[in-house]
Design a protein around this ligand. Structure first.
Ligand SMILES: *[C@@H]1O[C@H](CO)[C@@H](O)[C@H](O)[C@H]1NC(C)=O
Length: 235
């Protein structure tokens, strides 16, 4: 009886470790299959943004445990901490460039019509003349969020399979506008922030990019940790 049970356990754990990606996801045949390399990730964003068991966590909303944004020079001077927040909008994102598997440097470019960041914050600092220090809930929306990510990676071998691991990622982005609401500030202060929205974002762009790409690449690494190159590509 115990033996049968043990066999069952071994068999079921084998099933778990060998579950392949859902069959509606079309795997690409090679690193140079450019059309497929765009279509497949876009399909996953559209159809599987709530995640795939054993392969992918939810990407819409994308849950981030913690992030800080630090900008200590210039007209915007802030130290902001965000914990347990969501980024909403990835299911409508469109990847328009995805290449570089062959030279260990992924170039990933994506546009999101609306990207919204929602969650609690704790901030100390000043934006122009306005003291914005305080604690509350943030809603920050970017319109036409156009992100360019540069993701150098190494390959690691485990159990005869190779896994991509991104190290020292970088990103830049553009937006056409957006809006912000900080719950601890009054209507006049929020209106002031919104009427200066693009200038404020420009001033903290490098700081936001740095923090955001660190978090996004952690998420991408979780995906590559769960899916070997052999499982992602058809040989
Ligand atoms: C900014 O606001 C915070 C919270 O209201 C307050 O504790 C702090 O003293 C203010 N700082 C300045 C420089 O006015």
């Amino acid at each position: 009886m115990f033996f049968t049970f043990a066999l069952f356990l071994i068999a079921s754990s084998m099933i778990i470790t060998t579950t392949s990606l859902p069959s509606d996801i079309k795997l690409c045949t090679s690193f140079n299959d450019n059309e497929c390399l765009l279509n497949t990730p876009n399909y996953i964003l559209q159809k599987h943004s709530n995640g795939i068991k054993n392969h992918l966590d939810s990407i819409d909303p994308l849950k981030i445990d913690s992030m800080s944004v630090e900008q200590t020079s210039g007209p915007v001077n802030i130290l902001a901490k965000l914990n347990n927040f969501d980024i909403v909008g990835f299911s409508k994102a469109k990847i328009y460039k995805f290449s570089g598997f062959e030279n260990n440097l992924l170039d990933l470019r994506m546009k999101m019509p609306i990207a919204t960041l929602l969650g609690p914050y704790d901030v100390i600092g000043k934006i122009f003349i306005l003291n914005i220090s305080g604690v509350g809930k943030l809603k920050l929306t970017f319109k036409n969020f156009d992100v360019i990510m540069s993701l150098p990676f190494t390959k690691e071998n485990r159990d005869g399979k190779s896994f991509i691991k991104i190290e020292q990622p970088q990103m830049t982005f553009d937006i056409t506008g957006g809006d912000v609401s900080m719950s601890h500030l009054g209507a006049i202060s929020n209106a002031f922030l919104n009427s200066n929205f693009n200038r404020i974002i420009d001033a903290i762009k490098p700081a936001i990019s740095k923090s955001l790409i660190e978090k996004l690449s952690q998420k991408i690494n979780l995906f590559f940790e769960a899916n070997s190159i052999e499982e992602l590509f058809i040989n």
